[in-house]
Design a protein around this ligand. Structure first.
Ligand SMILES: NC(=O)c1ccc[n+]([C@@H]2O[C@H](COP(=O)([O-])OP(=O)(O)OC[C@H]3O[C@@H](n4cnc5c(N)ncnc54)[C@H](OP(=O)(O)O)[C@@H]3O)[C@@H](O)[C@H]2O)c1
Length: 250
């Protein structure tokens, strides 16, 4: 079977993988969810939008004669990852996840671990604070249950509807971010607490390091659990798998 790779993307790691795959001249397509208005240019052909659940992805894999799938989605994109595990198992297409280790608390961190977004909302059940809420646009409505806080939001696109939070400042920016700028940002906005997903990786860690340096508490949302799958943490290991390891299957 000739190689025809599908990369499930939406992360810095996926971009780095696409660049290397294009450099090597491999046949591949990058798939994006289509949520970002102006995605960064890709070195590979791009398809955009959901597949239509497991059945849609299964049909896509067969119709496009996909030989390999690399899931390089965000660690919190759990639905896409679960669908990929099932559809690949059902069609016999080898699957690899290119992901990142979760961040670990170190000396100086004041993390409150919560299991999910619901837990983060509950952790904010307290008198008003100035909170940097780094959970992404799609989860803002859940925090409407804690309207007493003043929120600082950093979004990839400007909001396309009124915010569900009565007191909020919005910054439109996309990573990677740096520690000095994030420290300054938190100081300028008088931030007293940070809420973050445990994304891992380097692109979004600046706010966690800045919070440590400023002695701020972080409500850290643990990752959603996924079924067992083959995982690597760097692009070169993913390329090795493409060339040598795929006979091992998922
Ligand atoms: N969740 C986060 O915290 C986060 C942060 C940064 C970037 N991202 C990126 O944003 C995208 C969407 O994240 P999410 O949290 O909405 O994921 P999700 O909850 O796991 O996915 C919801 C649905 O969106 C579609 N989808 C997601 N990723 C896709 C992809 N790469 N290509 C085609 N369809 C995709 C699928 O629709 P169908 O069922 O119709 O196939 C999936 O079932 C992902 O690519 C992810 O890497 C997510």
């Amino acid at each position: 079977m000739t190689m025809n790779l599908l990369i499930l993307g939406g992360t810095l790691e996926a971009r780095a993988l696409c660049a290397r795959v294009a450099e090597l001249g491999l046949t591949a397509t990058l798939s994006l969810a289509g949520r970002v208005a102006r995605p960064k240019a890709s070195a590979l052909p791009v398809r955009s939008g959901g597949f239509g659940g497991v059945a849609g992805l299964r049909s896509y894999l067969v119709a496009e004669k996909i030989s390999h799938v690399i899931d390089a989605t965000h660690p919190f994109a759990a639905q896409m990852s679960r669908h990929a595990i099932i559809a690949c198992a059902e069609t016999g297409v080898p699957l690899l996840a290119l992901t990142r280790a979760p961040w670990q608390a170190v000396s100086g961190d004041h993390w409150v671990h919560v299991p999910d977004m619901e837990g983060a909302v509950a952790a904010l059940d307290r008198p008003p604070l100035r909170v940097m809420l780094a959970v992404g646009r799609m989860h803002l409505a859940e925090f409407a249950r804690q309207p007493q806080h003043h929120y600082l939001l950093r979004l990839v696109d400007p909001p396309d509807r009124p915010l569900p939070l009565p007191h909020a400042d919005v910054i439109v920016d996309r990573g990677p971010f740096d520690v000095e700028a994030d420290t300054r940002l938190m100081q300028e906005h008088g931030i007293q607490m940070v809420v973050s997903k445990n994304a891992g990786g380097t692109g979004a860690v600046a706010k966690i390091t800045a919070a440590r340096q400023l002695g701020l508490p972080v409500v850290m949302i643990d990752r959603p659990a996924l079924p067992q799958r083959r995982e690597v943490y760097d692009v070169e290991a993913a390329l090795d798998w493409l060339h040598t390891g795929t006979d091992l299957g998922v």
